[in-house]
Design a protein around this ligand. Sequence first.
Ligand code: SF4
Length: 220
Amino acid sequence: MSFAESDDPVAISALQHYRYCPRQYALIHLEQEFLDNLHTQRGQLAHQRVDDPGEQWERGARMLRAMPLYSHRYGLVGKADLVELHPDGRLFPVEYKHGKHRGKRHDYIQLAAQALCLAEMTGRPVTAGAIYHTSTHRRQEVAIDGTLIADVVATLAAIREVLTSGALPPPVRDHRCDECSLKPLCQPGALNAAASWQASTLHAALFEPEEVSDGPCVSF
Ligand code: SF4
């Protein structure tokens, strides 16, 4: 899969946002809207250790923090929180997340996109990575397999469709909205109320008897 030179690259973070909620992706990446809440602030705290570019040696491996990434093949750009370079040549991206083990597909897709970039930039296969959970200090290894890569490709295609149409996807209106910092801007409930008001008004109008005029029927 490759993209035209004229295509703007998609931010790796956009894949995670899109998979969480397509409307959230569009509000952040198309309309440049962003609001903080407790969850986003916790996320920022989780990244503090890896936000500054730099490197160090730990347990015999070279650790690169905040490493810039790109892929011409997939049309991606972004950064990895941490990349481990092991003496046997293995490259291992690590994504920092606040909270406990979540096992969320959107986190895995973000990690797989980083792996694809690393593989293209270095010419070496990247077959695994990890999500590091800052509150438990535990990491969960994730295999970068064919299914996950296919999911990255499908998510990229869906994002490019939104980019082409420019239309704001409808709200998901489920448990995801409870944790979403964009809820005050998105107002999924208000849209819901507006939609049901519109439906009931339309329904009432459909069954409203037409006004009967006593005057002559005039035709032209
Ligand atoms: S409030 Fe809900 S529908 Fe709106 S962007 Fe957030 S998750 Fe999506």
